[in-house]
Design a protein around this ligand. Sequence first.
Ligand SMILES: NC(=O)c1ccc[n+]([C@@H]2O[C@H](COP(=O)([O-])OP(=O)(O)OC[C@H]3O[C@@H](n4cnc5c(N)ncnc54)[C@H](O)[C@@H]3O)[C@@H](O)[C@H]2O)c1
Length: 253
Amino acid sequence: MQIAGKTVIITGGGRGIGREMAKEFAARGANIALFDLNQADLDAASAECRAAGVQARGYLANVTQEATVIAAMDAVVADFGGIDVLVNNAGIVKDGLLIKVKDGAVVGKMTLDQWQAVIDINLTGVFLCGREAAERMVRRGQGGVIINISSISRYGNAGQSNYVAAKAGIAAMAETWAKELARYGIRTGSIAPGYTRTDILAAMRPEILEKLTAQIPLRRLGDVSEIALAALFIVENDFFTGRCIDVDGGMRV
Ligand SMILES: NC(=O)c1ccc[n+]([C@@H]2O[C@H](COP(=O)([O-])OP(=O)(O)OC[C@H]3O[C@@H](n4cnc5c(N)ncnc54)[C@H](O)[C@@H]3O)[C@@H](O)[C@H]2O)c1
C-alpha cells in the first residue's frame, strides 16, 4: 500500500511510540487520526503531524470502551472518508510477580485489578479497535492494514503475567485476522519492540534499566523511530501479512 493520501489511525498516539509513528506516516503524506486519553497530548501530537502538510485530528477515546471506540471509528470515517490503516498501539504495564515469596512465605500476589487493567487495554482494546476498523474497511471495499504493537515480552517475561498474556494474544490475533481478512484485501501484522526509550520505561528504576541495557546485544535502548520503521514496512509491503517483526536490538527475554 502506498502511504501518501491514506488515513492512518494510531491508538495511544498522544505519546511515545504511537506519536512517533504518527509523525513518520505524516511525513510520507498520510492523514492521521489519533486516539488517546489526554486532550493536550492529542493536540500537540496532531499539530506535529499537520506541520508535515497533512490532515490530522485527535479523538478522546479510551480503547477499552466499546461504545467510545465505535463512535470514534465512525467519526474518523465521517472526517476522513474511510480508514486505510489501524495501528493498535495503546498499552500499559502493571508489573508484578504471580506470587511473591519472602523467606519461604508468600507475601504478595498479582492482584486481579493489576491483571484486568492490562488485559482490558492491551488485549480487549486491540480486539475492539481491530474489529471496528475491519468492519469499516470491509464495508468500504478498499482493503486496509491492521498492525498490533506486541512486545518481546510475548515470549514470557518474569513479573509480567498480565502483559505477556496480552502481548502474545495480540500477535496471535494478527495471525488470525490475516487468515480471516485476506479475502477482503486486509493485511495485518504485529511489531514486537524491545526496550524502547519512552515514558513507559520511565517508571523503571535507573539501575534496573542499566542492567537490562547490558543484556541487549546492541547495548542500547531502541529509538521510537526504529519501531516506526517497522510499521511503515508492513504498510508498504503488499506480500506481508500476519507475522510479527521483532525490533529489539537482538534481545530475547
Ligand atoms: N517502550 C517500550 O520499551 C516498549 C516495548 C515493547 C512494547 N511496547 C508497546 O508499545 C506501545 C506504546 O508504548 P510506549 O512506550 O509508547 O508507551 P507510552 O506510555 O509512552 O504511550 C502509550 C500511550 O497510550 C495511551 N493509552 C493508554 N491507555 C489508553 C487507553 N485505554 N485508550 C487510549 N489510549 C491509551 C497513553 O495515554 C499514552 O499516550 C505499548 O503497547 C507498549 O506495550 C513498548
